[in-house]
Design a protein around this ligand. Sequence first.
Ligand code: MEV
Length: 313
Amino acid sequence: MTGHGKGFGKVILFGEHIVVYGYPAIVSAMGNVTTAVVVDGKEGLTIVDNRPETPGYKEKKLGERDRALGLMFKFMNIDTQKTPLKITLGGNLVCASGKGSSAALATSIARALNDHFSLGLNDDQINEIAYEGEKGSAGTPSGIDNTASTYGGLLVFKKNLEGGPNQIERMKIKQPVEIVLANTGITQETKEVVSDIRSKKEAEPEKYDKLFSDYMKIFDEAKEAIGDFDMKKLGSLMDEKQDILREMTLSCPEIEKIIKAGKTKGALGGKLTGTGRGGSVILLTPGKELQEKVLKAVKESGFDAIKTFIGAK
Ligand code: MEV
């Protein structure tokens, strides 16, 4: 039987990196997805990777992708030497750091395998398998990316550091909000960046404790701003979050250039999203007109960008 599956891309609005240490984060799934189609293969595992990408992404991430697949197969007790499989990947999520591309890959494959082998797995089980895959890409990931990729929507995510179930809370927003998602063109290894931040945190505990407690204030206010649909406030909180990320050494000149280009044209706020030190930048641009204007400015400053939404169903 042909198995089909999809996984959403994601944007972290608040809490990248900090989420790894058990702090809550706000994440939104994107409308863009990765798709996987699984059929019986001839020998071992064949992968046809037709996902669109930022130049060089797939080659740089080939090792991570194969590690992720190996971990997922092991977890699911699938031996492709005995049961050869062919997996074809596609979809409209342009793979780039920061968008949850590796989680979307893992989720789409978990769903397609579930369909192919008629396993009858529910979303929680799919999420668990996708998390195994994420370990191949991110080392000790928080699980935020695969959670957004599996369930979709706008979520508060808090990792359970004791190993029990993570806290996942669905958030309501009055209506989807336009954003511009820009790409620095720099592909980062999440695993390496997470581990570097961990070393920095260990070397300067007081600095990081202060940054994380400042973050908690931003997080609380951001939840409120989303509930009140106060986009101006949300934008300025994104700027404050970017100040913290910069202090954590997660920004870079390309990120700052994109934020400047967007904000000059009226974006209400801007910050890196996801791994950082490259990857993706989110600019809050409620209304189609503002979104278009900011998109144009970012492109004119030399970067790729797309129009999308947060809080889309
Ligand atoms: C990556 O999209 C998000 C990070 O916080 C890593 C993680 O949560 O596992 C950087």
